[in-house]
Design a protein around this ligand. Structure first.
Ligand SMILES: Cc1ncc(C[n+]2csc(CCOP(=O)(O)OP(=O)(O)O)c2C)c(N)n1
Ligand SMILES: [Mg+2]
Length: 382
């Protein structure tokens, strides 16, 4: 891993006022290689093994993520969503690009800003809409909300809210798979805030010692709620933490979807072939508050504006056009198709009934041990 990474130019990411350049290299390798178009505008790295068809598929997933979230916000404002809506605006390329590098047999543990990874894993937008609206046709059938569901067949472990705890879970998945002689990679997403938990340390340490095929994607988006990363950790780069576990650490430009794919693909090959755990820090930025209820008043307009110019969707669009991988007409057709899918899927989810109160009380706990609390009321027994 150490020899394959290179740095073509200093990333200007993280150059928000008063901060150190987030592209500074303190880990084993910086994989980001920002390229520019003829007009000097940022595009994605041109060093890729992906063909045109795959790049367009990536574009579709990127758009799908952005537009599904926009629709969720609409539904939220119509009070149709139960619970919160968490946006990944500005960091969609990290989730989509990294997950796209995995094979279907691999497992992921996404967090609140990884809708893109969930969609790449094959979950349909209709499932997402029904889940957020707590509808009966949703994957948890109204028992739980937003990101709290999983799909074992698709290699998607449903996350719990406790930050850091999915790291030991994914380490356990990798260990279990090894015991069953299955060559799978377990990839867990974690935020800059979540990396400060004990569970993160214990889980990653065990994965490193056991040389398990665990990939950690550290999403450095500059905030945990309203706490900036500099008040969260004393290291310069989150990838520097890899040294504490004796594993490779890499830094990638999280707004460059192709770079995210490439670094994860190499990490997956390395992990699968017995190299063990890898930590990848994706430098990106959370352009919305923690959730829709958070108006981000602790962030300056100047900072937001700067990151808007690095928008991962605009950047990839520019890349596809300037590198002549696609025409504007082709991209427009993809956008129209994504809109169509979303419209159909929202209509489907809206049609779903709410769950039966009786039914949702079951399938949460083992009801042979814990009877539903309101059972006597519903069934009239004691
Ligand atoms: C152990 C734990 N502590 C606190 C919380 C409350 N909490 C939920 S999300 C969040 C911020 C997470 O920030 P980060 O890990 O950087 O992820 P981001 O939201 O930026 O994607 C906090 C503090 C929690 N869920 N679990
Ligand atoms: Mg964060």
């Amino acid at each position: 891993m150490k020899t394959e990474t290179k740095r073509k130019g200093a990333s200007k990411q993280g150059a928000a006022k008063g901060r150190k350049d987030a592209g500074a290299n303190g880990a084993n390798g910086v994989t980001s290689s920002p390229s520019t178009a003829a007009d000097g505008e940022l595009i994605c790295t041109t060093e890729t093994t992906l063909g045109a068809e795959q790049l367009l598929e990536l574009y579709r997933y990127l758009l799908l993520t952005r537009l599904v979230e926009e629709r969720l916000v609409n539904l939220y404002r119509q009070t149709k969503v139960v619970g919160g809506v968490f946006r990944s605006l500005g960091q969609e390329a990290t989730a989509v690009g990294t997950c796209y590098a995995l094979e279907s047999r691999d497992f992921i543990a996404p967090l609140i800003r990884d809708l893109g990874a969930v969609l790449v894993k094959g979950i349909r937008p209709r499932e997402i809409f029904a889940q957020y609206m707590a509808k009966a046709w949703g994957p948890s059938e109204g028992r739980d909300l937003n990101i709290h569901f999983g799909n074992m067949e698709k290699g998607f472990i449903g996350p719990i809210s406790h930050l850091g705890d999915m790291i030991p879970v994914m380490t356990g998945i990798a260990l279990g798979a090894r015991m069953q002689q299955k060559e799978i990679v377990a990839l867990a997403y974690i935020g800059d805030g979540g990396m400060s938990t004990g569970a993160f340390h214990e889980g990653l340490n065990f994965a490193a010692v056991q040389r398990l095929p665990v990939i950690i994607i550290a999403e450095h988006n500059w905030y945990a709620y309203s706490t900036p990363t500099r008040l969260q950790t004393a290291v310069e780069n989150l990838a520097d933490k890899a040294a504490g576990y004796g594993i490779p650490g890499h830094i990638v430009d999280g707004n460059d979807i192709i770079a995210c794919y490439e670094v994860t693909k190499r990490a997956a090959d390395y992990a699968r072939s017995g190299g063990g755990a890898v930590l990848i820090e994706a430098k990106t930025y959370r352009r919305k508050g923690h959730a829709e209820h958070d108006d981000q008043r602790y962030i300056s307009a100047e900072e937001l504006e700067m990151w808007e110019k690095r928008d991962p969707v605009d950047r990839f669009t520019r890349h596809l056009l300037t590198q002549e991988i696609a025409t504007q007409a082709q991209l427009d057709a993809i956008v129209a198709d994504v809109q169509r899918e979303i419209d159909e899927d929202v209509a489907w989810a809206e049609e779903s009934p709410m769950p039966d109160a009786e039914k949702v009380a079951y399938g949460v706990f083992d009801n042979s041990i814990v009877p539903p609390a309101f059972r006597p009321k519903i069934f009239g027994d004691k």
